[in-house]
Design a protein around this ligand. Structure first.
Ligand code: SAH
Length: 393
């Protein structure tokens, strides 16, 4: 097998089970591995550390498949996918509805692979050279899961460019899609645009936080910022909110949100197509106030290098949210930036409350739902962190 020999001392992060090998760590490539081919990763002393997928075009030159001596073949992928599905089954994710993340990249031992299940449709995203090479095996593994009628591919994320891969999407396995799947989440219905929506179509990680908003929304005036297809807004409506204002910059997403409200027989929210940064200022200038505000922005800091600019953006929106909360009001605020730690995020939110001149406390930390595991020793993992804050009454 072809080999990557590391520079002296660069075996340390692999020994801590960090699953990436950066180009700068490599002293020598033995052989001529093709894009995505499995290579041995060895220390400068020749110790076998891992088997990994080779990405010749990316700065992340290899991603670990296994720390042990397991053969990387089609059955390896079948087994990893089965394992991932069986953990979700053990955690009874199905109790919350018929949509879940079945494969969560590195955290499920499958770097570069994401798969979400929407009813009987699995949506697969292949993001790097390794899984691109094993695409057929991965599609087979997903289509073999109980209850799956088709595998739809959405390998069109920008990160593929860094790997020199072309975008690809469409039906990969099974019967044609009869229409956009309608999923059930804690008893509510959502239509998921798997061919045109963001990522695989829906943000499943927020499932339980949306339910939490539903629980506390009764009689409240709610503002849902970065609403996408209305996940939080529709939960607020369903929880008996007095009014809901939802803001997103995507007209298409808001159209879907409107449809989703109808699908659930709920009254309509006020859907505002606008930039949240501008809208928050405008609403504040108009003297508007709310009993609950949700801030669920896209990732502002993909890596730690963007942390400073991202911190300013988080500070800005949280500041305006605190300024518009009534006494006793709730703020649900999130970050999914890999480059902003939970600790830093808490500091930013605390600073925003201080500058807004409000006294607030954290009621609880918020997390991604349990079908979104987090690999240990992998700070690059994009995981959702959030706070439920309450302004004193
Ligand atoms: N809360 C949603 C998911 C939000 S995803 C849910 O539960 O499903 C982030 C959303 O932010 C996307 O829909 C994107 O269109 C929107 N967005 C990104 N930047 C924005 C901006 N500056 N102003 C308004 N919306 C923005």
């Amino acid at each position: 097998m072809n080999k990557l020999i590391l520079n002296a001392g660069r075996e340390k992060s692999l020994k801590r089970r960090h699953p990436w090998v950066f180009s700068g760590a490599i002293a020598q490539v033995e052989g001529e591995p093709a894009s995505g081919e499995t290579v041995e990763v060895r220390s400068s002393a020749g110790e076998l550390l891992a088997l990994a997928a080779y990405s010749p075009r990316s700065q992340i030159r290899a991603r670990v498949w296994t720390w042990g001596d397991v053969e990387i073949d089609a059955s390896f992928f079948a087994k990893r996918i089965e394992d991932a599905a069986s953990v979700r089954a053990a955690l009874r994710i199905d109790k919350a509805g018929d949509a879940m993340r079945v494969v969560h990249g590195e955290s499920d031992g499958l770097p570069g692979v994401v798969a979400d299940r929407y009813g009987e449709t699995a949506v697969m995203q292949i993001l790097s050279a390794g899984p691109e090479r094993w695409r057929e095996a991965i599609a087979d593994g997903l289509s073999a899961l109980p209850g799956i009628a088709r595998v739809w591919e959405r390998s069109d994320a920008d990160v593929r460019e860094l790997e020199g891969l072309e975008p690809r999407s469409g039906l990969a396995r099974g019967s044609p899609l009869p229409g956009a799947p309608v999923i059930h989440e804690h008893g509510l219905k959502f239509k998921v645009e798997i061919d045109a929506g963001h990522k695989t179509g829906f943000y499943l990680d927020q499932r339980d936080n949306r339910l939490l908003l539903r629980k506390l929304a009764a009689g409240k005036d709610v503002l849902d910022c970065f609403s996408y297809t209305g996940g939080f807004a529709i939960n607020a409506l369903s929880g008996g909110a007095k009014s809901v204002l939802a803001i997103d910059s995507s007209a298409l997403a808001l159209d879907r949100a409107r449809e989703n409200a109808k699908l659930n027989g709920l009254p309509d929210a006020e859907w505002l197509e606008a930039d949240v940064f501008k809208s928050l200022r405008l609403l504040r200038d108009q003297g508007r106030s709310f009993d609950a505000i949700v801030l669920d922005p896209p990732k502002f800091a993909p890596t730690a290098a963007h942390a400073e600019r991202a911190s300013r953006a988080y500070k800005d929106i949280n500041l305006f949210a605190f300024k518009m909360l009534r006494p006793g009001g709730f703020l649900m605020t999130f970050s999914c930036s890999g480059g902003v730690s939970a600790e830093l995020f808490q500091k930013i939110v605390a600073g925003a409350a201080l500058d807004a001149g409000v006294d607030a406390r954290i009621e609880t930390w918020l997390h991604a739902a349990a079908d979104h595991p987090v690999a240990l020793n992998f700070p690059e993992g994009e995981y959702l962190k959030g706070l439920l804050c309450r302004v004193s009454s």
